[in-house]
Write a protein that binds this ligand. Structure first.
Ligand code: SF4
Length: 380
């Protein structure tokens, strides 16, 4: 089983961010953080007992925004209340601007064996335009400190299609990070989500993003460049050096069960059917519910995943990966074969070259990764 732990605090909100996180002196202040850690300990006691986890993903928000003593406490909560399988992958997300030698030493001592740095870009100008405070120099400093602390498995998240981004900016960032030996790169196209400052700026004509063709060129260049630099494409947005694929991500893509603890975290567990549960996305209310001994769930936070939804999600997530889906495994899991469920669609897509058939496996043809959603939507 996979374990995700959410730390919903950020120094300030990035202009494009629609994730749940709390920013600002009061909402993300020391008092709020302390109350949150107490609540998280209760959440662990209620939900983690009796489970064995294969992975941990400490995400946010910004886990490394916690002060060193708070980070130590969080790691202690996890160490004392969660049981991990031998060799478990344990990732911490880290914002380069908030990492210190002390925090890195704590993460290392706390069993974290994988770092995922929120780099996004190495252009200071582009970082400013997206409302991020960190600078490229912070990334290099964080990387040097992480290596000194003994971390080998270090990946990063990058964004493309940023306001004003040129192909050269993107290429320089990828060349520099792959040259620095990062083990894993996640590349995401910037999406102007409704309600964010970025979307408002775009609606008011103050900001424009590169057009679809420019974005597609950036993506295709990255795929080709990273293949030449020794990275395998694990999934549409994820690339890794050999032996450094993210086990936690693959767990999601393979439809494994996961427990998400913390405000706003999502779990997907099999309990008399498959249930998706979402925790309350407001740290104060999350803590209040736990202090009353109640489940810290969002209103209407329990969704029964019908077999039809589960089959569709399994196919749509699996086809996006390099391993694709196994038709035999599909039948074993769901008791019916692909054709029973989707009729001639898989074969038609394979004949059109959109899916690749490899023995009894099917996967999306990588040539169509950039337009994957327009193909996968046919399975709905
Ligand atoms: S650091 Fe991440 S979670 Fe926090 S505001 Fe920025 S994008 Fe959102």
């Amino acid at each position: 089983m996979l374990l995700y732990v959410h730390v919903p605090f950020c120094r300030q909100k990035c202009a494009y961010c629609s994730f749940y996180s709390e920013a600002g002196a009061i909402r993300a202040g020391a008092g709020a953080r302390r109350a949150y850690l107490n609540a998280l300990a209760l959440d662990f006691e209620r939900a983690a007992e009796g489970r064995i986890f294969d992975t941990l993903y400490l995400g946010g928000g910004t886990p490394t925004m916690l002060a060193a003593e708070e980070l130590a406490e969080l790691l202690d909560i996890i160490r004392r209340r969660a049981v991990f399988a031998p060799g478990a992958e344990k990732t911490a997300e880290a914002n380069p601007g908030t990492l210190t030698a002390e925090k890195l030493a704590l993460l290392k001592a706390g069993g974290i064996n994988r770092l995922s740095l929120g780099v996004q870009s190495l252009s200071d100008d582009l970082l400013t335009r997206c409302g991020r405070r960190q600078r490229a120099a912070d990334t290099w400093r964080a990387l040097a400190l992480a290596r000194r602390a003994g971390f080998v498995n270090i990946g990063c998240d990058l964004l493309f299609g940023l306001p004003g981004q040129k192909a050269a900016d993107w290429r320089d960032t990828l060349r520099a990070l792959s040259g620095a030996g990062l083990t894993h790169l996640s590349l995401y196209a910037l999406t102007p989500e409704a309600g964010t400052p970025l979307a408002a700026d775009m609606a008011a004509g103050r900001t424009t993003l590169p057009d679809d063709d420019a974005e597609a060129d950036m993506y295709e260049w990255a795929r080709e460049f990273l293949a030449g630099a020794g990275y395998r494409q694990d999934e549409i947005s994820n690339f890794s050096l050999e032996n450094y694929a993210c086990r936690h991500n693959f767990g999601y893509w393979r439809g494994e069960e996961y427990l998400g603890l913390g405000a706003g975290a999502v779990s997907c567990l099999r309990e008399q059917g498959k249930l998706r549960r979402t925790r309350r996305a407001e740290a104060g209310e999350y803590a209040r519910l736990l202090s009353l001994g109640r489940a810290p769930l969002a209103p209407a936070g329990t969704e029964i995943i019908e077999p039809e939804t589960e089959r569709r999600e399994y196919v749509m997530l699996g086809l996006r990966t390099r391993e694709g889906i196994s038709c035999r495994e599909f039948e074993r899991r769901f008791g019916r074969n692909l054709e029973d469920i989707f009729g001639p669609l898989p074969q038609e897509l394979a004949r059109a070259g959109l899916l690749l058939e490899e023995g009894e496996r099917l996967r999306l043809n990588p040539r169509y990764y950039f337009v994957a959603n327009s193909i996968l939507v046919k399975f709905i």
